[in-house]
Design a binder for this molecule. Structure first.
Ligand code: AMP
Ligand code: MG
Length: 499
């Protein structure tokens, strides 16, 4: 109420560790001011976790900061330099073309977070782009990243969405918007590739030392910190992608510039959650070859990590063969790490607290059965969670989902036999399953509905969707329609980068 004119520097008590790295790591510049910033939404609970004052952020001065119109004194905003393999092709210079890192905040729990504006105007890395974003991709990233967080997946987060009051040109003029993104950092595989491609070993070393100190300090205490760092990044990616697979998430643009070193999901573009399960599912309008299809994601993560290992070769050993062997050793661990993380999550999804040899096949066969039955990914697992151990117990619910097809019958009977080896009570097992098999995911048609309404300044569907998605593992009977797959006429087949 009475926080009339908070000082910019008290709204965001910025620190600047990345900006203290050598000048060739970034370009210093301020966001480009917008005409009439208006707050669409501030994420109060995230602000609280970061130790920020929500009320101050909602004042005109706060909103001006979230729009890039006002910079805190002592702030050193930067656009970060990075390169990247896009769809397999190396591009030596990408960088923040439409984003500006305002600075870092150290949260009350001691974690350092980047505060970045996305859609904040042109930078030296913009190439042909306008540096802007329209309201569609901004709300899409807000919804999906916050849903991922509520689902328990590592992800960048959304602190705010602001409407700029400017029209931006895409296929048609569209309302401009800016997202404030919060990340453990914005260091990407592509950041390493940027310096490796320039044979700038000094920068490569400085970057790696920085990333170790910020994300994997335990690597410092090992015999070979650079190798330990690479091992840690490989493991974080393996775990992350396994989690994507567990919830039916398709990133859509797994380029190396969109692969975070911290192991967070980053750069929500044409990403989507599957409705009907299909291993080859692709949503992105630009992914013509299906390179980033659902089932390809683990393989692509492995490929991206190989690019990191390659970029780090000069740090991994003075003798070339030794460096190559270290790099190879690190990435060779990926398949097992991934499989282990995947299977661990799948066991929970199937209500198995113990492990047995046959579990892997049981999990794989379920996917084959769901593919054959062409059912909804999320609802199938959620429905399974309420089935009893006894043959036929609760099967009606599943039958409702499968329609005429009974592709799961044989599988169900194997699953029930397997449940016979579990000692947990039925209630415990069902509650374990419900805690990992969400009822609510950000379904494409709901995301599109929220964006369509926002185009005419109606943010009710956006707010309601966020509310539902903030508690994805509860039944929420009053929001039952948000758990439902799209009707045939509501199905969204394509998603766009939004650039
Ligand atoms: P993405 O794959 O969407 O994360 O973006 C790939 C590259 O394109 C990054 O370097 C972005 O900064 C850049 N980019 C995307 N959209 C724009 C835009 N509207 N203006 C300038 N650069 C952009
Ligand atoms: Mg990107």
């Amino acid at each position: 109420m009475n926080a009339p004119h908070p000082q910019a520097e008290t709204i965001f008590p910025f620190d600047h560790s990345y900006a203290a790295l050598p000048e060739r790591f970034y370009a210093r510049l301020s966001p480009t001011a917008v005409t009439e910033p208006r707050l669409i939404r501030l994420n109060d609970s995230l602000a609280r976790d970061l130790g920020l004052d929500s009320r101050a952020l909602k004042t005109p001065a706060g909103v001006e900061m979230l729009a890039g119109n006002r910079i805190a004194e002592g702030s050193t905003p930067i656009a970060m330099a990075y390169a990247g393999h896009q769809f397999g092709t190396f591009v030596p210079q990408l960088g923040d073309g439409r984003a500006i890192l305002l600075g870092e905040i150290v949260a009350p729990d001691g974690t350092r977070y980047d505060i970045q504006l996305k859609g904040s105007g042109r930078t030296p890395f913009s190439r042909g782009g306008d540096g802007r974003a329209w309201i569609g991709p901004v709300l899409r990233e807000y919804i999906v990243s916050e849903a991922m967080h509520a689902l328990g997946l590592p992800t960048t987060r959304a602190l705010s969405a602001v409407k700029t009051g400017d029209q931006i040109m895409r296929e048609a003029p569209l309302p401009g918007a800016i997202l404030t993104r919060v990340a453990k950092s914005h260091i990407r595989v592509g950041t390493f590739e940027y310096f490796a491609a320039r044979r700038d070993e000094e920068a490569l070393k400085a970057l790696t030392d920085y990333a170790i100190a910020r994300h994997y300090p335990q690597a410092e205490d090992t015999a070979n910190p650079y190798r330990a760092f690479l091992d840690a990044v490989v493991e974080a990616q393996a775990r992350l992608v396994a989690r994507w697979m567990h919830v039916g998430f398709i990133h859509g643009v797994m380029n190396t510039d969109n692969t975070s070193i911290s192991g967070e999901t980053i750069d929500y573009g044409p990403c989507a959650f599957m409705d009907t399960y299909h291993p080859g599912k692709v949503f992105s309008s630009i992914d013509h070859m299906g390179r980033y299809a659902y089932a390809n994601q683990p393989r692509i993560a492995y490929w991206n990590l190989s690019r990191l290992a390659q970029a780090m070769l000069p740090l991994l050993g003075e003798v070339e063969e030794k460096a190559v062997a270290a790099a190879q050793g690190a990435i060779d661990a990926f398949p097992d790490l991934y499989e282990t993380a995947w299977l661990e999550g799948m066991r929970a999804k199937l209500g198995l607290a113990t492990s047995r040899e046959e579990d892997r096949k049981l999990a794989y066969d379920l996917f084959a059965a769901i593919a054959a039955a062409e059912t909804d990914f999320t609802l199938t697992f959620r429905t399974l969670s309420s089935l009893g151990r006894k043959q036929g117990d609760g099967d009606d619910a599943l039958r409702g989902l499968l329609g005429e097809k009974n592709a799961l019958d044989e599988w169900l009977s194997r699953w029930r036999t397997r449940l016979g080896h579990e000692s947990a009570s039925e209630d415990e097992r069902k509650s374990l399953m419900r805690s990992v098999n969400p009822a609510f995911i950000p379904r494409n048609h709901r995301v599109e509905e929220a964006i369509a309404a926002a185009m005419s300044d109606d943010y009710t569907p956006f707010e309601r969707l966020l509310q539902v998605l903030s508690d994805p593992y509860s039944d929420q009977p009053e929001n039952g329609e948000y758990a439902s797959p799209p009707k045939p006429e509501e199905v969204v087949e394509r998603t766009f980068c939004g650039t």
